[in-house]
Design a protein around this ligand. Structure first.
Ligand SMILES: [Zn+2]
Length: 303
């Protein structure tokens, strides 16, 4: 996950995500609040051992949301996430994800962090707002997402559920591609996967020489720690180029995903993309310039 959304893109995103997501998962005030008596030991809450939320459940197959605060199945977020599931399957020509994904929605950041600190100290140290993990168990693995009710929950859920849904049908998604697709699909519907902040940062960093585009370099990164914000941005950009550039590039990506489902790892993707774009880095630079021009036009129209 990206740590922050700042700068010129923020007002644009605020319009699309903004305040409406703040209470995405909450009852509106006029609805009946959860009775306090339902809690077993409110006085000792702070000293309770960290545990997983479980009292309320909503299923959006194959995803099961669990929380200790009331979830309303008819919240727009849930139908949006069902659309996301269908869109990923259709865009990427993947079979339906059927493996259950459990999404644990903690009520507060404190509860979330306290649980992670106890159960997943390594994840806790990374300090992120949301995680997806595939946890081995006898006979398979559990697909789990942990997060809490924050202002960014919509984007965080879209991001982590992309990981989970991909993982349900492809066991080994290369790290750059996993993050690139998650960054693409975390964008709200209607935005065509465009992350305005990524576009602006990449354009600025390319102009100043701080960034250099290289898919072969990204493909060599295998450790979680290798992925820093610049790597997330660049992974997003390659995913966007393949999904929104030439149809042949999309075909390369889709064929590659199918091969990743097989028993034998298909090796790097970059050489295949070179058959579509003789100079992929230049093609991506031009793609980003087009996206920037489009964003400027949209901003001008909105004024
Ligand atoms: Zn991610």
């Amino acid at each position: 996950m990206m740590a922050s959304l700042v700068g010129a893109a923020a007002p644009f995103l605020a319009l699309l995500v903004g305040c409406s997501s703040f209470s995405f998962l909450r009852s509106t005030p006029k609805e009946k609040p959860t009775p306090k008596v339902a809690r077993e030991a409110p006085a000792h809450e702070d000293s309770e051992p960290a545990r997983l939320p479980s009292r309320f459940q909503v299923r959006v197959a194959p995803v099961l949301f669990l929380s200790d605060y009331q979830l309303h199945p008819d919240l727009p977020l849930f139908s949006e996430l069902a659309d996301l599931r269908d869109q990923i399957q259709k865009d990427l020509a993947l079979p339906p994800a059927t493996e259950t994904v459990k999404v644990y929605l903690f009520e507060t950041e404190k509860q979330y962090r306290s649980y992670l600190r106890t159960e997943y100290p390594e994840l806790y140290k990374l300090g992120r707002r949301a995680f997806f993990i595939a946890q081995p168990r006898p006979g398979g693995e559990d697909l789990l997402v942990f997060t809490y009710d924050s202002k960014r929950i919509r984007q965080d859920l879209r991001h982590e559920l992309t990981h989970a849904l991909l993982h349900g049908v492809i066991k080994e998604v290369p790290q750059w591609l996993d993050e690139g697709l998650a960054e693409y699909y975390e964008q709200p519907p209607g935005q065509n996967g465009v992350n305005p902040e990524h576009v602006q940062r990449l354009r600025a960093d390319l102009a100043s020489g701080r960034a250099r585009l290289s898919l072969p370099r990204l493909e060599k990164l295998t450790q979680v720690d290798d992925m820093k914000p610049p790597e997330y941005r660049e992974s997003w950009a390659w995913a966007h180029l393949m999904l929104r550039g030439k149809p042949e590039a999309r075909a390369v990506l889709l064929a590659y995903l199918q091969q990743l489902r097989g028993a034998k790892h298909p090796g790097p993707l970059a050489p295949r993309l070179e058959k579509v774009y003789s100079a992929p880095d230049e093609a991506l630079t031009a793609h980003l310039a087009r996206l920037e021009a489009e964003l400027s036009r949209q901003q001008a129209d909105a004024r």
